[in-house]
Design a protein around this ligand. Sequence first.
Ligand code: SF4
Ligand code: SF4
Length: 441
Amino acid sequence: MAVKSFKGGANVPHFKSFTDDKEIEKMPTPDRVVIPMHQSFGDPCEPLVKVGDRVEVGQKIGDSSEFFSAPIHSSVNGVVEEIEVLPYCTGEDAKSIIIRVEGEDQEFKPTIKRNPEDMTREEIIEAIHQAGIVGMGGASFPTHINVNTKEPVEYLVLNGAECEPFLTCDHRTMVERADELVAGARILSSVIGARKCLIGIEVNKPDAIEALEERTKDDDLFEIVPLAVKYPQGFKSIMIKSTTGKDVRRGARSAEVGCIVRNVGTTVAVYEAVVYGKPLIERVVTVSGPTIPKPGNFMIKIGTPVGHIFDHCGVTDFNDATVILGGPMTGRAQHSMKAPIIKNSTGALLLPSEIVRASEPHENCVRCGKCVARCPMRLYPNQLSMLAEVEDYEGLEAWNVMDCMECGICVYSCPSNRPILEFIRHAKPIIKKMELARRGN
Ligand code: SF4
Ligand code: SF4
């Protein structure tokens, strides 16, 4: 079995054994859900409901007339209790709809069953759009825009790397939902005109490789690509390089090198949207951490507060641990138990201080070069962090800060605990505004 890899990156501790053998369970519905109106790359949605309105599971409750956006749906039956601006999840303020749950039955009931082979390309893309499907592995790019390519694209690359420590939701999805995943991959391949669907999986998931090899062995469309266990294997440009050997040049879109990359969870969501008209109202989330009595992989409704999740998993003592939504390398620390699961929440982690170094003070750069050696984008994270510290945005631009894919391996490597990623995330929107101002927007 030829295992593909890439230059840079590092082996990080996995911490996956807490949950990698735990089957996906349904998380009970909370009393209230908090649904932010900004859950995708691009523009936020505006609420389509008002306080006091009754809403149903799967009902569209937010939308935008802007191009870069994806609609948002209610994950529960209930009544809109409040609409307020809350600083949840992403670190930015977002208008959020708080729904009080009413009724015992909170399941989505499909009223249609479509055969994708009887649908036109436009009808499939519209079904994906109306279901609010976005990239569920982190980037949240609206899928209907991503797959609406002008020309056929050679490769559909399915991202099953799941290289971040602790996370096992994609692993379990590949093992337990292999049929839907393969069906979703066929739909996406037909939409983009792909000649080949490459499924990249790190070799620490042999059961996922086996399940997908079994389902695809008689179909030439598919090829399973075993990948080295190395962080950040699952980032888009790395995944393209590892699976196809192609380089995505700086600033280019993956379609320009003949590839569209989709996360495995997103691909299952596409299948459900196209066949059953199911909107993205729930997702598989890994709930993990060394002190959680009952960690696991759970199907959780969008908008479920982390407090409800940890309560269900038996956590009674938070003991100064840090709550993170997403993975430990790229996720965000949360400061409220009301912070909800959103469309790209891969994990809800509770990490003790010996794992999270963010609270320790940082020191000056000692020029050890570890961050430079490991940066998969061949940037100089040491230089970027120093420029960001003195707010030299022109300098940051010149040193290509916008090429940073926010993998965090530089932070992990840094003996001075420099918050390089925090600096970069702070600087990027400012540089983006500078760029727009230069173009007269
Ligand atoms: S600078 Fe960006 S891309 Fe490079 S290692 Fe740091 S976070 Fe990753
Ligand atoms: S790893 Fe930290 S200390 Fe070493 S060069 Fe990079 S920023 Fe400086």
